[in-house]
Design a protein around this ligand. Sequence first.
Ligand SMILES: [Zn+2]
Length: 246
Amino acid sequence: MLVKTEGFVLKSKKYGESDSLLIIFTRKLGKINAIAKGAKRPKSSLIAGVQPFCYSDFLLYKGKSLYTVSQCEPKEIFYKLREDVKKLSYAAYLVELVEATVNEGQTNNRLFNLLGKTLHLLTQSDIEMNTIIRSFEMNYLNYCGFRPELYQCVSCGKKESSNWRFSSQEGGVLCNLCFNQDPYAMKISDITLRLAKYLQSRDIVEIQKLKISDSLNENLKRILKHYILVHINKYDFKSIELADKL
Ligand SMILES: [Zn+2]
């Protein structure tokens, strides 16, 4: 059976003499494993479209255990990401998060569109990197079913509190009367909470130029990192730690 679908190459590794083994996030089939036969040969017609991050039109043939790429037409290769090691590392982070949550046969159009928009934003110059990455994380959590509750206490439902803490374990904010329930609940300032709500409710393209101060970014980054660690299994953050250091 042949299937035509768009997809992002999440991973590509050499397989045998001249083939590539790919993990592709497709619009129609969710995440799949596919083999691109001969893709490592210099004259292969597949060579351009099977690079990591590449957004391509694929024609796929379903075999017993894996798909075979019959044709592949690149739509956007995100060449600019390959010229900048910091951007490349952030792109690797986005792709790893997506890989960690999407399963075979599970489509996720909103996440698919978010990944495309974010990779595209990363290729531009003079970007607000903190804004783009934090906005991606907030929207990614929305679309993967891990949206944290930021508007009311996850324990008692109260909407007002003199101060809030964020509980990864409980999945959102705890009010001043409830935050003893989670000894690991983290301090979240009012302004960080406001920023998180804002990012959670806005499209990444719309807010791409927003400037976030370093201290605010650090606070939100730490909270999201802990939250993702608790909820997204097996994610180890190597790529973003590298990106942050560059
Ligand atoms: Zn409460």
